[in-house]
Design a protein around this ligand. Structure first.
Ligand SMILES: [Zn+2]
Length: 119
């Protein structure tokens, strides 16, 4: 598995700092779920979810997703990191790659484990 700094940063923000999404980014994120999970739109429940959250025909959502969900997430992540300088990304002290969570003490990438170190 190769390391993609921006992809890892995006996953990190999505996993740990979703509360920093803007209202519009939330709408887009919800729309991707509704559209992805109920793409066929058959049945009353699917129709209701798509109508309520899918935002079909909403040009702002379509523009945000024009290059796909991952591209949208990456750009939202760049905005969040730019606007929240206080946000500390937890990195491996050995290889400096992005870790899974803010409290992780083990690196998925190089295998370094510092659970027994102080700090
Ligand atoms: Zn590491």
């Amino acid at each position: 598995m190769s390391y993609d700094e921006e992809a890892e940063l995006t996953h990190y923000v999505w996993r740990n700092h979703l509360s920093l999404l803007s209202r519009f980014e939330w709408d887009v994120e919800r729309a991707t779920h509704a559209r992805g999970n109920f793409a066929d739109g058959t049945g009353e429940h699917a129709k209701r979810v798509l109508e309520r959250f899918g935002r079909l025909g909403d040009p702002r959502i379509d523009v945000a997703l024009a290059e796909g969900r991952e591209a949208f997430r990456r750009s939202a992540c760049r905005r969040i990191l730019a606007e929240h300088a206080e946000l500390q990304v937890n990195r491996c002290p050995r290889c400096h790659k992005v870790l899974r969570t803010p409290v992780a003490k083990q690196c998925f990438w190089c295998g370094y484990d510092w659970h027994n170190n102080n700090g």
